[in-house]
Design a protein around this ligand. Structure first.
Ligand SMILES: NC(=O)c1ccc[n+]([C@@H]2O[C@H](COP(=O)([O-])OP(=O)(O)OC[C@H]3O[C@@H](n4cnc5c(N)ncnc54)[C@H](OP(=O)(O)O)[C@@H]3O)[C@@H](O)[C@H]2O)c1
Length: 301
């Protein structure tokens, strides 16, 4: 039995779909109020619980051969910095312990690309700590360091551009972004379950197409069929405002850390990813076109 935590998320849904396509058995831990409609359609086994509750984790991992950890604190619910430690870090810490006890054959973890960029960002620090735990756990792991998921570009940025016609941007015009399609990442993750070349590996992953932020703006203008604008906010100004927010809120949101995560581009060399997984990736431009043709798409929960 393979166990997925975070199956109701964007990436988790895609992983579950890929597992079902390959006829691999799957059990998902879902929270009481999660939207499980897609997982129900897929017919995977659902197990109600919470990653912060060790008993749920204990039960869901019983007899597991592999654990796929794709869960995360939902960033756009304005989480307090401490949540990342209580949820992302502690949940994975407990899962890793249980995976060792169950002698699971594989642990797959979804992390951030360019962790240095997230050095001051609590979520990045928590991800890095989980990576470090996995490396000394004795488990066979594959860590996927993701640049940007295509859904963040369409659901978050795209829908906002569609509505308002503009969006603030902390990146510089010439910086680059390389979004990865969910189904492509999901294929790599499921492939990693028994791909020996992915064993004990940290793999940086990104999409096939790379865009500067000016090119990205032009792409959005094309697919939305209207001129949209990015208002490029100088990072010094963003840090200054975030610093004030941190002082006023006693740093509970770590606004400066959040700015550090959203400053600078998001791209990486994908040659190792291609070498290990040899998949043909889909086109981000085509994905965006399809998304807005079939709009309104899913709302970020
Ligand atoms: N989005 C990006 O651009 C990006 C970039 C780099 C890395 N990543 C990583 O990729 C992974 C997937 O991201 P995503 O955008 O697909 O996430 P998402 O859509 O925000 O989904 C988060 C998932 O985690 C679940 N979850 C959170 N806390 C939980 C808990 N305590 N117990 C059980 N389930 C819990 C959520 O369940 P509910 O449905 O109940 O809320 C949901 O299924 C994450 O590890 C994320 O950090 C994302």
């Amino acid at each position: 039995m393979n166990v997925l935590i975070g199956g109701t998320g964007f990436l988790g849904n895609a992983v579950a779909e890929e597992m079902v396509k390959r006829k691999l058995p799957l059990r998902c831990l879902v929270r009481k109020d999660s939207d499980t409609s897609k997982l129900k359609q897929l017919g995977v086994e659902l197990f109600e619980g919470d990653a912060r509750d060790n008993n749920s984790l204990k039960k869901v991992t019983e007899g597991a051969e592999s654990v796929i950890s794709s869960f995360t604190t939902r960033l756009f619910k304005r989480p307090k910095a401490a949540y990342f430690w209580d949820n992302d870090y502690q949940g994975n810490f407990n899962l890793i312990q249980l995976a060792r006890e169950q002698k699971v054959k594989k642990y797959i973890f979804v992390s951030y690309w360019g962790l240095a960029k997230f050095g001051d960002f609590e979520h990045g620090k928590a991800k890095k700590s989980v990576e470090d735990l996995l490396k000394i756990s004795g488990l066979d792991y594959t860590i996927f360091r993701v640049t940007t998921l295509a859904t963040d570009m369409s659901v978050l940025l795209g829908n906002s551009l569609k509505k308002k016609g503009w969006a603030p941007m902390f990146m510089k015009r010439e910086e680059k972004v390389r979004p990865i399609l969910l189904e492509d990442l999901a294929r790599c993750m499921v492939d990693a379950l028994d791909n020996k070349r992915a064993s004990y590996k940290v793999v940086e992953v990104a999409g096939e197409e790379e865009y500067t932020f000016v090119e990205l703006r032009d792409l959005f203008s094309k697919v939305l069929d209207k001129k949209v604008r990015f208002v490029f906010v100088p990072s010094k100004l963003a840090y200054f405002v975030a610093g004030i927010i941190d002082i006023l809120t006693d740093r509970v949101y770590n606004a400066k850390g959040l700015v550090s995560a959203f400053t600078g581009g998001s791209t990486c060399d994908i040659s190792e990813m291609k070498d290990i997984f040899s998949i043909n990736q889909g086109s981000f431009a085509k994905y965006l076109e399809d998304y807005f043709q079939n709009s309104p798409g899913p709302e970020k929960k």
